[in-house]
Design a protein around this ligand. Structure first.
Ligand code: NAG
Ligand code: NAG
Ligand code: NAG
Ligand code: NAG
Ligand code: NAG
Ligand code: NAG
Length: 371
């Protein structure tokens, strides 16, 4: 590297590291009939969190996810009669526009869209999952030149009784792993890298009866996969092999000793920005009880070393208590609540650093960091 290049790289790194303001977009549950996508700004220097704009949406996107370049947001649609996904363009964190909506769910009846994940490589296919009713189907969507959802590449089914609530790619994007809450198992599909289509399904049992895998994330080194178990209030760690096979390597609780998993419904598992920590969260079913946020340290290959924290959240979390690690610091995450409607910033070992109430009904589903 030339001196100038090195200097410029360093200068831009310093500039990035010194930018204190970070934006996120937060989705919505059905509220009082006027739902929004919320844009929040967190100032890491002042440790202040602010609601900066509300984008009205007809869709009620209980789950949102970015495209690889953050120019599009894909969301579920609670309000739609048929299982539908919506596609928003994102010019910047406050200029968000609904561009398309597309009905999937072929082979399912009475199901709703519940989750989507976008492939980061061409042809940038988007994978949709369903819940409620008969939800055994999955859909692979194509996108147009601008990244807007525009067609169906593949309709596929898991198994009778399946209801997949979350999915994640392997490190090399060769496999898609699906957390099957209804079927109590984890699916591995091979991803065709030219078409985005899925093939060669294989399933691995969840750790125990009724453990109910909900969300899933793979460590970038390619050796481990972590699953949040909604039914048993646990995080499970699986070792992966090069053919997408999974071997259970232990579970860790997301409740305190003596508490009953049936009083909770564990929500999320996610890696911090540099994969230094694994974050997880749990919701209490009763609004008078509190949920949990947890942090694990990971070893060099991604193996869980230690459960650093299992801390009560300030509320039950309602339908959310979804943890969303920031893009700028392994120690900093957002946490959403819909028991009253708020977003908080938590720091590892320090608890809540910032809080903003958004009590207009519907807020707050999951958060995605924009910057
Ligand atoms: C986004 O773009 C709009 C229109 O160009 C502008 O008014 C607004 O200030 C921008 N917002 C941010 C957060 O940059
Ligand atoms: C998927 O199912 C829809 C009906 O819901 C149908 O219109 C479409 O042709 C199917 N696509 C493929 C690729 O099978
Ligand atoms: C992509 O966006 C550009 C600029 O807004 C627009 O002119 C073009 O028609 C869009 N393409 C499609 C397929 O919608
Ligand atoms: C799945 O359910 C359908 C309808 O109930 C039934 O016809 C079919 O045999 C079942 N498939 C399997 C593999 O059990
Ligand atoms: C991917 O799909 C294409 C088009 O259907 C097919 O020609 C190719 O063999 C597939 N690749 C693999 C590895 O299955
Ligand atoms: C929280 O979300 C649930 C599920 O969508 C909804 O029924 C409830 O009204 C929401 N609560 C608030 C306070 O928005």
């Amino acid at each position: 590297m030339h001196f100038l290049q090195a200097f410029l790289a360093l200068a831009s790194f310093v500039a990035l590291a010194m930018t204190a303001k970070h934006e996120m977009i937060v989705g919505t549950f059905p509220g009082n009939g006027s739902e929004f996508l919320y844009t929040l700004e967190y100032d890491d220097a002042a440790q202040s969190l602010e609601l900066v704009s509300k984008t009205p949406t007809s869709a009620v996107s209980g789950w949102i996810t970015f495209s690889h370049d953050k120019k599009n947001l894909y969301g579920t649609d609670w309000n739609a009669e048929q299982p539908t996904f919506v596609s928003y363009s994102v010019k910047n964190a406050t200029t968000i526009k609904q561009e398309a909506s597309i009905v999937g769910g072929e082979g399912c009846s009475g199901a709703k869209s519940i989750f989507a994940i976008a492939h980061p490589n061409p042809p940038y296919t988007v994978y949709g999952n369903y819940f409620y009713g008969d939800a055994k189907c999955g859909t692979v969507f194509s996108v147009d030149e601008n990244g807007t959802l525009d067609g169906i590449v593949q309709n596929f089914t898991y198994a009778n009784g399946s209801a997949v609530h979350g999915a994640a790619f392997s490190t090399d994007f060769e496999y898609l792993y699906s957390a099957d809450d209804g079927g109590n198992c984890i699916w591995t599909h091979y991803v065709n890298d030219t078409t985005g289509e899925l093939s060669y399904p294989a399933s691995t049992d969840a750790p125990s009866k009724g453990s109910d895998p909900r969300h899933i994330v793979a460590h970038p080194k390619g050796h481990y996969l972590y699953v949040v178990l909604e039914g048993s209030s646990e995080v499970a760690q699986y070792e992966t092999d090069r053919w997408g096979g999974l071997t259970l390597k232990g579970t860790w609780p997301l409740i305190k000793e003596g508490e009953n998993p049936s009083d909770f419904w564990a929500d999320e598992v996610a890696l911090s920005v540099n994969s230094k920590y694994l974050w997880a969260s749990n919701r209490a079913r009763n609004i008078d009880q509190k949920g949990y946020i947890s942090v694990f340290t990971l070893g060099p290959k991604g193996e869980i070393k230690d459960q650093l924290e299992l801390t009560q959240t300030t509320t039950s979390g309602g339908f959310a208590n979804a943890v969303a690690p920031s893009l700028f610091c392994d120690d900093t995450v957002a946490l959403t609540d819909n028991s009253t409607g708020f977003v908080q910033i938590w720091k590892r070992g320090e608890g809540v650093k910032a809080h903003v109430d958004i009590e207009d009904g519907g807020c707050c589903a999951n958060a995605v960091w924009y910057s």
